[in-house]
Ligand binder design. Structure first.
Ligand SMILES: CC(C)(COP(=O)(O)OP(=O)(O)OC[C@H]1O[C@@H](n2cnc3c(N)ncnc32)[C@H](O)[C@@H]1OP(=O)(O)O)[C@@H](O)C(=O)NCCC(=O)NCCS
Length: 205
């Protein structure tokens, strides 16, 4: 099991450090499934040295910290962890150098069923990567992990929202095959919803 503590002395950038602690009573079954490029078990082309895995319930504060350090709101994190406990969302994290460096959430069922309908369409939001760890493919790895997790649940497409004007994030999504699907109007402005079809994994005997 991984434990975190707030790290000082890293430029004040609010990185959150993990520390491994041996807990003999924790069995292998409880270990979160992880995807790394060395495992050959998840999506292709993940950056080396980065672990992508679902967040643990006790990692709520770590997710708050990385979202704040990335200039993103953390107001909804508590609500999202509760939704995770109820099975309506998953929260994924990226771990590098022992730090929690990125996160996103996958919504399986949303009020707006065109975003996530619980059976075929899932929705990604709140994708952030800590400023020190950008341009290494971590956002791409988080997206690939989320897409892979969705295909394992037989979801067939993924939607993602991006604020009008966030051209940089939109370009990353378009490079992964996401295309404009519709616009939504939030209190802070227009959101472009992009969508892509997911490719089901193939299994060999
Ligand atoms: C948008 C955001 C999540 C991108 O994170 P990131 O981890 O830097 O993204 P990636 O590294 O996967 O891709 C970004 C770039 O790195 C490049 N890249 C990917 N893998 C790379 C690698 N191994 N080596 C070098 N560059 C690589 C990508 O091609 C892309 O190219 P660019 O820098 O020329 O644009 C991050 O900038 C962020 O947190 N922004 C603030 C929050 C935000 O806007 N989130 C989006 C919400 S919709």
């Amino acid at each position: 099991m991984l434990h975190w503590f707030a790290a000082g002395g890293h430029g004040g950038a609010h990185l959150v450090r993990f520390r491994r602690k041996v807990q003999p009573h924790v069995t292998q079954v409880r270990t979160p499934r992880t995807y790394t490029s060395s495992l050959g078990d998840g999506p292709e082309g993940l950056p080396t040295g980065v672990r992508f895995r679902p967040a643990l319930p006790e990692e709520e504060y770590a997710v708050v910290a990385v979202r704040r350090a990335s200039g993103w709101t953390a107001d909804t994190v508590g609500q999202q962890f509760r939704a995770m406990a109820e099975g309506r969302r998953d929260i994924w994290i990226a771990e590098c150098d022992g730090y929690l460096v990125g996160t996103l959430t996958i919504e399986w069922l949303a009020d707006d069923r065109s975003l996530a309908d619980g059976v075929a369409i899932a929705h990604v939001s709140n994708l952030v990567v800590h400023p020190y760890y950008r341009h290494r493919g971590i956002a791409r790895g988080l997206l690939a992990s989320a897409e892979h997790a969705a295909t394992l649940k037989a979801f067939r497409s993924m939607t993602i929202g991006v604020d009008e004007g966030n051209h940089y994030a939109r370009t990353i999504y378009e490079r992964r095959g996401y295309r404009w699907s519709k616009d939504l109007h939030a209190p802070w402005g227009r959101i472009h919803v992009l969508a892509r079809r997911l490719v089901a994994p193939t299994f060999t005997a």
